[in-house]
Design a protein. Structure first.
Length: 77
C-alpha cells in the first residue's frame, strides 16, 4: 500500500519535516494532541476512505501503529 500522501500530510499535522518522519516515529505529547488526532482522522478518511474511532487512534504510539490500524480497518471493510 502506498503511503506517500499520508506521510506528507501527517508531517504537516505534526509540524515536522517529511524527511525526519518514518513509520517508527514516536508520537509524543507535544505534537500528538487532540487537534493532531482530529486532523489525522480527517486525513485518513481523505486518503484511505476509512473512518477511525478517536479511542483507537489515541492508543497509537507510533506512525506504524496508525498504519497498522488503517490496514486492519481496510481489511475488515
Amino acid at each position: 500500500m502506498e503511503h506517500n500522501k499520508f506521510f506528507e500530510k501527517m508531517a504537516e499535522i505534526l509540524d515536522v519535516s517529511r524527511e525526519s518522519m518514518d513509520s517508527n516515529m514516536t508520537l509524543d505529547r507535544e505534537t500528538w494532541d487532540s487537534l493532531a488526532v482530529l486532523g489525522t482522522i480527517a486525513l485518513i478518511d481523505e486518503v484511505y476512505d476509512v473512518t477511525l474511532p478517536v479511542r483507537k487512534l489515541n492508543k497509537c504510539a507510533t506512525i506504524k501503529e496508525i498504519l497498522d490500524l488503517i490496514e486492519q480497518e481496510l481489511a475488515e471493510a
